[in-house]
Design a binder for this molecule. Sequence first.
Ligand code: LMR
Length: 328
Amino acid sequence: LMTAAVLAATTMTALPALASCEEGEIVIKFSHVTNTDRHPKGIAASLLAERVNAEMDGVACMEVYPSSQLYNDDQVLEAMLQGDVQMAAPSLSKFEQFTRVFRIFDLPFMFTNIEAVDAFQASESGEAMKESMVRRGLRGLEFWHNGMKQMSANVPLVAPTDADGLKFRVQASDVLVAQMEAMGASPQPMAFSEVYGALQTGVVDGQENTWSNVYGQKFFEVQDGTTETNHGVLDYMVVTSEEWWQGLDAPVRDQLATILREVTETRNAESYAVNQAARAAIVEAGGTIRELTPEQRQVWVDVMRPVWDQFVGDVGQDNIDAAQAINE
Ligand code: LMR
């Protein structure tokens, strides 16, 4: 683990926001897996570090390790519990080992758009989700937005049946596995850092992700096209170790929490625009984007919507009802 950190620090000359910490400062390592530019999480993490390093100088410093340089999402939470990293913002699909409450966010067509996701998260049950893993040693601090997922493959995707028999990379989430199976595709759980290579070499045929990830990882270069399905949500939780968090002096913890809150509000408000800019950049780079008519999109809804029935027990009918009420 040390080797990876040292390697990342010494070989990546263009590492933004990697502050050199001074003697006596609390070192906060923030590990994530995406690119830094034109990405809602990348930009938010860099801004967070910039503010912590300016406003908490002499007390704390934050080092950001993007692009899976330090850990993959399947390693980072264990590393956090070991005290090797202090903050991360894995997608809500990646907490399966710790809680099932986030499964509601993976259910296809549960939320109409990111505003609905935001409103649900701000509700009492959304707020309570931040504490859902405390007994397992993790504290959720804030929800960070990415956006709506799109579907790409090495063949044109218009109807779900076009995906029949194809292998689709998914994040390690039972809901996403069920969603791909409902499409007649074969789901392949895989770390984010491996997806581009897997698409390029044909280990998998397709994947689902937001415009910012399709652009940031250049998936569009090794796919026939991306279909604008907006079928699901990719969102994050900024997490920390409960033990580390409670061990901070109260004024330090409060200042950190305040900065994080402000960065969250500022950047969440821009997440849609960041994804739309990434979408435009894909078109500009020659990538194919397929739009669906309402009738074509309804076919995807009809195929995927039954997946909800498999997970009502995990997410609760009351939460589903609350999410649907927010959509209207
Ligand atoms: C993925 O694995 O596809 C995403 O969770 C990556 C990310 O952090 O946006």
